[in-house]
Design a protein around this ligand. Structure first.
Ligand SMILES: Cc1cc2nc3c(=O)[nH]c(=O)nc-3n(C[C@H](O)[C@H](O)[C@H](O)COP(=O)(O)OP(=O)(O)OC[C@H]3O[C@@H](n4cnc5c(N)ncnc54)[C@H](O)[C@@H]3O)c2cc1C
Length: 467
């Protein structure tokens, strides 16, 4: 029998957004958390990440400070044509808000006003640097501000597999370590997903790829003074430039803690390589990208020409909804469980929501024998919502007819961005059990609750079944 405040020993595999978030969440309950991270620095590249209103709510519920991530609020989305004929980037001078989206198709939609977001969803959709988000989550996981001991991180620790029955992980150097709970936050290529169920399908190839890079604001102003909108002090909202087929340029400003104001560019096009055999991420010369956009208007080519000489090229991949996410003493979350297309901007937000639910389900004093059931409960509560969002992201990304519907449809947006994680978690009513078959006693609701499952489904589940 465990005493009522016996902390669990938890291994978190992967120190990205999902790993840091769940580590911080379980630290807040008083558990002992060790992170095993494959890289030797656990630093993020200085690209941007978009965080919609439900993601900000989740960050704050995790005790994160919104202002610490240096957010830029999106108040409008602007579209332009690859031909340059609509001249949106240049004429944006008269516009109050700033950012460029370049969208598919030859007919750009009207610009979308996003000023209704605070009244509809309580927050604006914001963008920040990945470094900023990562730093804030590191503060929560490792900072001294919390009463419970900080998490521990082991760098250069590639985890090969885990044994969900035993709660062990095996590292690349052969070490085998045992924990009460193993959480796989090891991203889209997750090893822990394979250990939970080796037959689960991996992320499919899409035939689409993206170049990602940033350009400093000063350099843009110096080299492209005709981009008047960039001079604005208030940089709010993305700009999307579109061409036929799958080519588009998506551009927005971020505040980077180390570099100040920079513009984040995601340049998407068809991937003519055989994605099954090519690397998921490679560095390529800028000229490779320029050649693919040779028919874009000169001003867009000038913009792309400001990319660094070597840019990173990513295959765009996503998971279809998968089941299970958990087996006995192991579970997955974040991209390991539900890597999705970034078109809805929900990847980071969903990882934060995952972490918060695990915090709710695993209070201090949770008996070890209840872990398998609790992890099943985690799946039951999260999957209806997350699977629906995954499906929508696939539909929006891959269907030319549906593409960008999400930006105009309050009906599609409301269940996703209007979701209030704190409210939803408080709606989950759980039956309290104790150690069950191993001889534990029933615990009263006043004791630390151990969860066997929601008595009533989360309201979000219902909404998502209807999506
Ligand atoms: C090009 C691109 C653009 C994106 N844009 C957005 C966006 O705008 N908004 C948004 O919300 N989301 C976006 N996402 C998705 C978002 O980044 C993720 O959904 C989110 O960060 C959660 O990721 P994660 O922590 O689960 O995985 P990752 O960020 O992949 O982190 C996994 C971590 O695990 C480590 N690791 C991997 N394997 C092992 C192993 N075997 N052992 C130990 N450690 C391991 C890795 O080194 C890494 O640190 C984007 C993703 C991509 C690829």
């Amino acid at each position: 029998m465990t005493s009522s405040n016996d902390p669990l020993r938890v291994a978190v595999v992967g120190g990205g957004v999902a790993g840091l978030a769940v580590a911080a969440a379980l630290r807040q309950q008083g558990h002992i958390v060790e992170i095993f991270e494959a890289s030797d620095t656990n630093n993020e590249p200085g690209f941007g990440v978009t965080i919609p209103p439900n993601g900000i709510k989740a960050l704050e519920a995790l005790q994160g400070q919104r202002e610490n991530i240096l957010p830029i609020e999106w108040k409008q989305v602007q579209f332009g044509l690859h031909s340059g004929s609509s001249d949106l980037v240049c004429c944006i001078d008269n516009e109050k808000y700033q950012a460029v989206f370049v969208h598919r198709g030859d007919k750009p939609p009207d610009s979308f006003n996003m000023e209704y977001y605070p009244s509809a969803f309580g927050q604006y959709w914001v963008v920040c640097s990945r470094i900023g988000l990562h730093s804030e989550l590191k503060r929560l996981a490792f900072g001294e501000q919390h009463e419970h001991p900080p998490c521990i991180i082991h760098l250069s620790c590639f985890t090969l597999s885990c044994d969900p029955e035993q709660g062990t992980i095996t590292l690349k150097d052969g070490q085998k370590l045992q924990f009460d709970l193993v959480i796989g936050a090891d991203g889209i290529k997750s090893r822990i997903r394979q250990s939970i169920n080796p037959t689960l399908p991996g992320p499919s190839a899409t035939g689409i790829c993206v170049f990602r890079f940033t350009i400093g604001k000063h350099r843009l102003l110096e080299c492209l003074p005709e981009f008047e909108w960039i001079k604005k002090d208030e940089l709010a909202g993305p700009r999307i430039l579109l061409a036929g087929g799958s080519r588009n340029i998506f551009m927005y400003a971020i505040n980077c803690p180390e570099r100040g104001e920079v513009f984040n560019l995601t340049v998407m096009c068809e991937d003519k390589r055989d994605q099954a055999i090519s690397k998921w991420r490679v560095d390529v010369p800028r000229e490779t990208m320029l050649a693919l956009f040779h028919d874009f208007d000169t001003k867009w080519q000038k913009l792309l020409n400001l990319a660094p000489p070597i840019v990173s090229l990513w295959q765009l991949r996503a998971l279809e909804p998968i089941q299970p996410w958990a087996r006995r003493k192991a579970c997955i979350l974040g991209d390991a469980a539900h890597a999705m297309f970034q078109i809805l901007g929900q990847g980071a937000a969903q990882s934060l929501e995952d972490a918060l639910l695990l915090r709710t389900l695993l209070p201090l004093g949770t008996p070890r024998s209840a872990i398998p059931e609790i992890l099943k409960c985690f799946e039951e509560i999260r999957q209806p919502r997350v699977h629906s969002i995954q499906k929508l992201s696939i539909e929006q990304m891959l269907s030319p007819v549906k593409n960008s519907d999400y930006l105009r449809s309050l009906e599609l947006q409301t269940p996703i961005m209007g979701y209030d994680v704190v409210n939803e978690l408080s709606l989950c009513q759980f039956s309290s059990i104790s150690e069950g078959k191993e001889g534990g006693e029933m615990v009263s609701p006043a004791s630390p609750p151990v969860v066997s499952g929601p008595k009533k489904p989360c309201s979000a589940s219902k909404v998502y079944e209807e999506l």
